[in-house]
Design a protein around this ligand. Sequence first.
Ligand code: FMN
Length: 140
Amino acid sequence: MNAAIIYESFTGNTRRTAHLIAQELAKAGVNASVSPITSVDYQALEVADLVIVGTWTDGMVIAGQRPGRAARLRHLPVLDRKRCLVYITYAIDPGKALQKLTRIMEERGANVLGGMAIKRNDLEGGARDFVARLLDAIPA
Ligand SMILES: Cc1cc2nc3c(=O)[nH]c(=O)nc-3n(C[C@H](O)[C@H](O)[C@H](O)COP(=O)(O)O)c2cc1C
């Protein structure tokens, strides 16, 4: 399986999580490319069986949460029923940011299989759980 991870990051947590997810996937024998949303690796995206999209939670901490820089996400290429997983990083309360990210990816044509909100104080644990869950959910 080939995975393409695309992230949007403001202060670095979501970028770091993308690389941690790639490391966890590598341990499981899954090849993963990592690219920022501002410089998507279109070739990797084209051949990917699985697309993973991550961003951060923007909002007023406990209200109005939404995916960070959603406009960039809305400009991703059409994913044409590709399997997709999503994640968001957050500080205190992600609200409905994950559901909103899911919706955006579905609007891009992705077949979103699941997602996870990862708290910024344990990105390693979050990335591990994310990969463990996704490998369970996705047939090879
Ligand atoms: C402008 C701004 C708004 C934020 N709003 C929220 C919020 O509403 N809820 C929350 O839990 N975290 C919020 N955060 C925290 C970030 O979502 C969190 O630190 C995230 O891991 C940042 O990811 P990044 O380092 O990839 O940018 C906010 C951060 C910023 C900079």
